[in-house]
Write a protein that binds this ligand. Structure first.
Ligand SMILES: [Zn+2]
Length: 256
């Protein structure tokens, strides 16, 4: 999630009143900003508590939550989700990303890592998806889901991870297909000529998806992947658009 979440609803209202311009130059500048944030992180040690109270055990994690060491070797080669309790929110986050990575290998194998970013629940950074540990409490996540109900297609933990995966996949498909062709496909589905203001408000699948073209991509991916659309009167149209656009992008990337 971007930092703007707390004020997201106000931003949405502003976006409805005055849709933002998203011209190629701006898109490129934003992408450059993202790239600057990219991190090069490998394995890391975490502490797991399982379902038990107590100090926890150190576990060495590799890409995609693969256990590489610790716990007496008992779980080596398995996914961290098998170590953690089933109701752990982070387990859900890890397995959702693992599931999406299998389905959309174009995204690479994003690691789900814990890196605090104030005001963000989760955010995509480089090839990975980060969780802000301080925000990942049961209470925090429940509050988030309640506050964003009806404004995001799916404000649950799985939905948040699907949203972040959408940001990542969009960026990877853009690299694979090529910048010009990628946005030509997107704009084609949006009925945008490339000139003048881009109106995504009438095509968004959720209130948050109207924020800007990047949130539109992430929220339309949630709609495409989960068939959940929360944009009220526009949802039928927006769901169809999301389905057509994302299958077009994925098909094109797989042919490239
Ligand atoms: Zn987002």
């Amino acid at each position: 999630m971007p930092d703007a979440l707390a004020s997201g609803w106000r931003s949405f209202a502003a976006a409805v009143a005055k849709p933002r311009l998203a011209q190629d130059g701006k898109v490129r500048a934003a992408r450059a900003g993202w790239r600057a944030l990219a991190m090069d992180a490998g394995e890391k040690w975490i502490t797991v508590h399982g379902n038990k109270e107590g100090p926890g055990s150190p576990v060495l994690l590799g890409a995609n939550g693969e256990v590489k060491g610790g716990l007496g070797g008992k779980f080596t080669g398995k996914n961290i989700s098998e170590v953690r309790g089933k109701n752990d929110h982070k387990t859900v986050a890890h397995s959702r990303v693992a599931e999406l990575s299998k389905k959309y290998p174009e995204a690479g194998s994003p690691k789900v890592e814990e890196n605090e970013r104030e005001g963000a629940l989760a955010y995509r950074s480089g090839n990975n998806i980060n969780l802000s540990p301080k925000a990942w409490t049961k209470e925090g996540l429940e509050k988030y889901a309640k506050e964003w109900d009806g404004m995001m297609n799916d404000p649950s933990v799985g939905g948040v991870m699907t949203h972040e995966f959408g940001h990542l996949l969009a960026s990877k498909l853009e690299d694979k297909i090529g910048f010009k062709k990628f946005w030509k496909i997107v704009y084609g589905h949006l009925g945008y000529s490339g000139k003048g203001p881009l109106n995504i408000v009438n095509n968004q699948t959720s209130a948050y998806g109207a924020e800007n073209i990047f949130e539109f991509m992430a929220e339309s991916f949630v709609a495409y992947e989960t068939k959940k659309s929360s944009a009220g009167m526009f949802s039928d149209h927006a769901q169809k658009l999301a389905d057509a656009m994302w299958s077009d992008l994925i098909k094109t990337a797989r042919k490239t």
